[in-house]
Design a protein around this ligand. Structure first.
Ligand code: CMC
Length: 388
């Protein structure tokens, strides 16, 4: 009615102020608290990056150790959550189970969170970052019909996740350092990405003053979709469906056909119109992991590399500025590590939990308003209810 801005898909609307993450999509720049993602991926660790996102500065050694210890001490989940996960059918999608289990953390901790108190919010951050990999591993174990493995506080974050995922009852998993490092890097590369659909959901949900675990569960629901975090699972399914390098042209033609809804999964981004800096690091990590495992001849990698090359040279993809995004190579790495495709988005969520939480915390620790968009009404004008 004349005084609202109509902006479907929020193509040009800034919904908040934030000091956490900066993206320049034209230049392919991603900074967390000012630090380039390429430098964090190579020189930092996931938990150090978590500290940075949450607190605004890198920790000194004592702060880092205190943070690591607090996260480790909060990594075991309440038995009610294990019981809840067991009630789902084994082949339920892991994202549905993760979403429910995370929402259930609100049931466990609701009476211990006063969101106006910084100490409560800090403890909630430790609980979320500590327990999300435990939940992710439990979700996997349930999918496989295996017993849950308790967290091991002597292990690093990514090592512990792999231990809880691949360990068997009474037998520790042998975790290769290269794979643990790759897993840690995957978590770093997914840690935050400013106001994407899931983070905006967490902020909008949190703006009502709801329990933060409930807000994070809303973010997990949003991440699940194939246009967002679900793309990593969709990429692997697509590469499997393409099957051979010879078939690629057929799929590229489908992606370009206006009358065909098919899209090349792992290509394109709302903000990056030059390249996705996370994809560059992910591709390099992919090469390292496959070399470590002696899997350089992995057929899916050959298809991925050829597909990328064709898309980068093709006029359609060039004119629409479609480049490989973060999800294009992460699936190949996770598959090589032995993680099934249904779990890929769960791993994305595990890394992203800190980003969601940092945004929620940034919002509730300053003055904020409940999010309440308006609409462009295109329905009936007023009319009378029919009476006899
Ligand atoms: N394959 C073929 N054509 C595409 C693709 C693609 N992957 N992506 C966009 N297009 C075309 C689209 O058909 C449209 O064409 P036209 O101008 O003729 O209508 C044009 O490019 C613009 O697309 P859009 O959907 O309006 O762009 P958007 O900014 O709203 O969408 C996107 C961005 C990421 C949802 C989209 O590129 C896409 O669906 N990509 C595939 C899924 C994917 O890889 N998602 C992961 C994103 S990165 C990680 C994350 O955010 O979680």
């Amino acid at each position: 009615n004349g005084y609202f801005t109509f902006d479907p898909g929020f193509m040009s609307t800034a919904s908040c102020e934030s000091k956490i993450t900066f993206i320049d999509g034209d230049e392919g720049i991603l900074l967390h608290r000012g630090y380039p993602i390429e430098q964090l991926a190579v020189n930092s660790t996931f938990l150090e990056t978590c500290y940075l996102l949450l607190n605004g500065e890198l920790p000194n050694e004592a702060q880092k150790q205190e943070f690591i210890t607090a996260v480790r001490n909060n990594s075991a989940v309440d038995p009610s959550i294990a019981n809840l996960i067991r009630t789902f059918k084994n082949d339920a999608h892991p994202m549905a189970v993760l979403c429910s289990a995370t929402a259930a953390l609100a049931a466990v901790y609701n009476d211990q969170i006063d969101i106006t108190k910084a100490e409560d919010r800090k403890l909630t951050a430790y609980r979320l970052i500590g327990q999300i990999p435990t939940l992710a591993a439990m979700v996997y174990k349930h999918l496989k019909g295996e017993e849950f493995i308790a967290p091991d506080s002597s292990l690093d974050y990514a090592e512990n996740y792999l231990h809880m995922t691949f360990g068997k009852a009474g037998q520790a998993a042998k975790v290769s350092q290269v794979l643990a490092k790759a897993m840690d890097r995957i978590f770093i590369l997914h840690a935050d990405h400013e106001q994407n659909a899931s983070t905006s959901t967490v902020r909008l949900s949190g703006s009502s003053g709801t329990n933060p675990f409930a807000a994070i569960a809303a973010g997990i629901s949003t991440l699940w979709g194939p246009a967002h975090g679900g793309a990593n699972e969709a990429v692997l399914n697509m590469l499997t469906e393409i099957g051979t390098v010879e078939n690629i042209d057929k799929f590229v033609a489908k992606a370009k056909d206006k009358n065909d809804a098919f899209r090349l999964m792992g290509f394109g981004h709302r903000v990056y119109k030059n390249f996705d800096p996370r994809a560059k690091v992910m591709k390099q990590t992919c090469d390292e992991v496959l070399a470590e495992l002696g899997l350089e001849g992995e057929p899916l990698l050959a298809i991925a590399k050829r597909l990328e090359q064709i898309a980068l040279e093709d006029d359609y993809f060039i004119s629409k500025k479609l480049y490989p995004n973060v999800d294009f190579y992460s699936g190949i790495i996770m598959k090589a590590i032995g993680i099934p495709a249904e779990m890929f988005t769960v791993i994305f969520a595990t890394g992203r939990a800190v980003g969601w939480y940092s945004h929620w915390d940034e919002m509730v620790s300053t003055s904020y308003k409940i999010g309440r968009p308006r609409q462009l009404y295109t329905g009936y004008t007023e009319r009378n209810y029919p009476t006899k």
